[in-house]
Write a protein that binds this ligand. Structure first.
Ligand code: G3H
Ligand code: 13P
Ligand code: ZN
Length: 316
């Protein structure tokens, strides 16, 4: 069942966070549905502009429609990740997406408000939820490499009131990609809980979104490098940070990089250990299972595991 993110957040708010997973192909979609059904969790499928362009956006939509039939128990939102005005309008018009992100966070505050408001008006006419972003995460986002600007809590309140968005992506110390926290002594690793608390105080009851939420497990990096990879030493968001963040209103946590690491590890190990093989389905099957396990584990960490029946009853 496809539902809006606004409906999911009503159930989750202050109790648990919902995993928002980026997908690009059939194997990821299959692993995602298997992992969420296995862990009995509601979830959000995210499609980036890059994913829509990878082959043809209609392939991804058709895969999700098929998955909806193959996994009738699944409850999820279909969300455009980091949209601009053009892609948001296209997704709103399509009638398929239940949620869009308008990312005008690189614009000055007033312009960000103006653009977000325009999208919110159109989206709400069609029952589509809108995520906006305030602040700058840093790291690699689509093809932009940016520097960090934490969200200003006072601006966050003003932005939400003026723009009409349904949830807000906040910059609270994370960044996109595999290299999030530098190992320099004295540098802060993990989330700025002081900033989340300040935003929560000014916007009680309003759903917050955390981008750049991959945990970048050391074990994956070690295995990738042992199988010929050349990744630098790195770390991501500590798993124990998610549930305290959820108590402060973080309802949606975005994960892409960790799924890419599973893909890289599975394929590097497969071809290292079986250099004579050439059937793409052999590593594909392993990847689907490993990705499903990763998703189920994340849902446990976020607190959404086991909430599927309750969510279905409340959103139907
Ligand atoms: O925030 C960016 C997401 O990880 C999507 O990445 O634009 O390479 O699909 P992508
Ligand atoms: P990661 O790079 O930490 O997986 O973040 C993904 C993301 O925020 C997608 O919008
Ligand atoms: Zn993001």
């Amino acid at each position: 069942m496809i539902v809006s993110t606004a409906k999911l957040f009503k159930v989750a708010y202050g109790r648990f966070a919902i995993g928002a997973y980026n997908i690009n192909n059939l194997e990821q979609a299959t692993g995602l549905f298997r992992g969420t059904v296995m862990s009995k969790a509601p979830f959000i499928i995210q499609i980036s502009k890059g994913a829509r362009k990878y082959t043809d956006k209609r392939f991804l939509e058709a895969i999700i429609r098929a998955a909806e039939q193959i996994f009738p128990e699944a409850v999820f939102a279909v969300h455009l990740d980091h949209g601009d005005e053009e892609s948001c309008n296209d997704c709103i018009k399509s009638g398929f997406y239940s949620s869009v992100m308008i990312d005008a966070s690189h614009e000055p505050l007033e312009k960000n408000v103006e653009i977000t408001k325009r999208i919110a008006l159109r989206a709400h006419e069609r029952g589509v939820s809108v995520e906006a972003e305030l602040g700058q995460l840093g790291g690699v986002e689509e093809d932009i490499v940016g520097s960090v600007r934490l969200t200003d809590p006072d601006q966050a309140k003003e932005f939400v009131q003026k723009s009409g968005c349904d949830c807000l992506a906040v910059a609270i110390g994370t960044s996109h990609g595999a290299y999030k926290f530098s190992a320099e002594p004295g540098k802060k690793m993990g989330l700025h809980f002081d900033v989340i608390e300040q935003i929560h105080k000014r916007l009680p009851g309003f759903p917050l979104v955390m981008h750049g939420s991959s945990s970048v497990p050391k074990e994956e990096i070690v295995r990738i490098n042992a199988a010929g990879g050349k990744m630098k030493d790195t770390s991501g968001v500590p798993e124990e940070h998610f549930q305290p963040a959820a108590k402060l209103g973080v309802c949606k946590v975005n994960v892409d990089t960790d799924g890419r690491l599973v893909w890289t590890r599975v394929h590097r190990e497969f071809f290292r250990d079986q250099p004579d093989k050439f059937d793409l389905r052999d590593p594909g099957k392993i990847y689907i299972e490993e990705y499903a396990k990763m998703i189920a584990h994340k849902n446990e960490v976020f607190g959404s595991a086991g909430k599927l029946d309750e969510v279905r009853a409340k959103v139907s």
